[in-house]
Design a protein around this ligand. Structure first.
Ligand code: UGA
Length: 439
């Protein structure tokens, strides 16, 4: 099959590369010439484990192409995927300007029958909107629209796509359904077929539900702290119930990234426009905002409310491990809050430090964990990279001015930290008031 994918962000590029890897001829289109030139050489513009290798393999085998020319990409294509960005507007609504523009250009170049598929996360009703724009620009309706939302996670995008748990296909015609089923057959997965609006809604509902799980367990964690329970055990005990499931029950500093914050607020706004007040998801967002600051409160508590001039080693800056993505990373607001209190945060992240400097004013970064913690007055653990999880705690204790760690990801065992003599606070578990080094 021949596929054209417009937009080479996370979703577009990973989907395009994976579609080529299962045997299709794929052309990925982007307006950014420099980016296209880099990708032609097999260089991924985003940090995603395994992506460069897969790009090179499929370029060499002649199945994966890159171009800035949409007409060229659409030539002979069976399906055209729209995978451009839908950034949030000030009011939380998704901005559809890029989707609209691409739809118009597709219409202008549409000579023969194709299925035009939306892969970007778009408000319910966008499929119809895209259809109207294409019809107007093409002057005919020899095409079908479809929705095929993406469920991949940054950091494990290739694995998530190649082993997808389901494919959702929103269609209006049997012809489009057959084509998209054929395209997805090699993934050997469950296919959920629906109408276009339902498929669009499935994507928002899935992300909003996962975000709800996270805010729910974070609130349970906050209650655990008040009543002396341990949230990790609570999550374990809950997770064995198949109806609940153990995934996404890790309490921490709240969710970030380019998806959950954007999609929850877009869904609240979709509901509002339809005349419905989506109370649960509004609260999920509110709880998530508050959760970020809990970790700063815990540090203040360790220092009797005064962290002025304290050097704080902030370990992990990206919103989660295995990505350099800083979009809506909790570290941004947490570091700004530390700065407001007069502290001197020094950030360390294996790959996101440069991106972090672009979004956090006056951020000092270190080139290694060791450099960050040397003579620091506390560690604030924000992202559970393997390297950070494998921290040599005894060695760290010697490098620190004060053996204080506030662990936003519940990486370490409180009993172990107690034995190491640390003041150790985490999320929803007991705080250990170990001895400090100098005070
Ligand atoms: C999320 C969804 O998981 C994907 O299914 C979806 O395709 C994607 O959004 C999207 O819409 O494009 P992603 O944002 O890459 O993927 O990352 P997740 O692994 O879902 O993590 C999101 C945030 O939740 C991170 O900040 C993470 O630290 C946090 N999280 C996750 C928790 O705090 N606790 C958990 O138990 C799980």
């Amino acid at each position: 099959m021949k596929i054209c994918v417009v937009g080479t962000g996370y979703v577009g590029l990973v989907s395009g590369v994976c579609f080529s890897d299962i045997g299709n001829s794929v052309t990925c289109i982007d307006i950014d010439e420099r980016k296209i030139e880099r990708m032609k050489m097999g260089e991924s513009p985003i940090y995603e484990p395994g992506l460069d290798e897969l790009m090179k393999k499929n370029i060499n085998e002649g199945r994966l192409h890159f171009s800035t020319d949409l007409a060229e990409g659409m030539e002979g294509a069976d399906a055209v995927y729209i995978a451009v960005g839908t950034p949030p507007k000030e009011n939380g609504e998704a901005n559809l300007a890029f989707v609209d523009k691409v739809a118009e250009q597709i219409g202008e170049n549409l000579k023969d029958y194709k299925v035009i598929v939306t892969k970007s996360t778009v408000p319910v009703g966008t499929g119809k909107r895209v259809k109207a724009i294409i019809e107007k620009a093409a002057g005919h309706s020899n095409f079908d629209i479809a929705s095929n939302p993406e469920f991949l996670r940054e950091g494990s995008a290739i694995k998530d796509t190649m082993n997808m748990e389901r494919a959702v296909i929103g269609v209006e015609s049997a012809k489009a359904e057959a084509l998209l089923k054929e395209l997805h057959a090699p993934f050997n997965t469950t296919i959920v077929t629906a109408d276009v609006e339902t498929a669009e809604m499935i994507k928002y509902a899935a992300n909003a539900f996962l975000a709800t799980k996270i805010s729910f367990i974070n609130e349970i964690a906050n209650i655990c702290e008040l009543v002396g329970a341990d949230v990790t055990k609570v999550a374990e005990g809950m997770g064995h119930d198949n109806r609940i499931g153990s995934a996404f029950l890790n309490a921490g500093i709240g969710y970030g990234g380019s998806c959950f914050p954007k999609d929850t607020s877009a869904l609240v706004s979709i509901a509002k426009q339809a005349g419905y007040d989506f109370k649960i998801v509004r609260d999920v967002e509110y709880v998530n905002k508050l959760q970020r600051f809990k970790i700063v409160d815990k540090l203040l508590e360790a220092y009797d409310n005064n962290i002025a001039n304290k050097k704080i080693a902030v370990l992990g800056l990206a919103f989660k491990p295995n990505t350099d993505d800083m979009r809506d990373a909790p570290s941004i607001e947490i570091i700004e809050e530390l700065q407001k209190h007069g502290a001197h945060p020094v950030g360390y992240d294996p790959v996101a430090a440069e991106n972090a400097k672009k979004v956090i004013n006056n951020l000092k970064t270190a080139d290694s964990v060791e450099e960050a913690i040397q003579n620091a007055d506390a560690i604030l653990l924000l992202t559970d990279w393997d390297e950070i999880k494998n921290l040599d705690v005894a060695k760290a204790g010697k490098a620190l001015n004060e053996k204080i760690m506030i662990d936003g990801r519940n990486v370490f065992d409180p009993g172990f930290m107690e034995n190491q003599g640390f003041y150790y606070a985490s999320i929803g578990r007991k705080t250990v008031n170990g001895k400090r080094v100098t005070s």
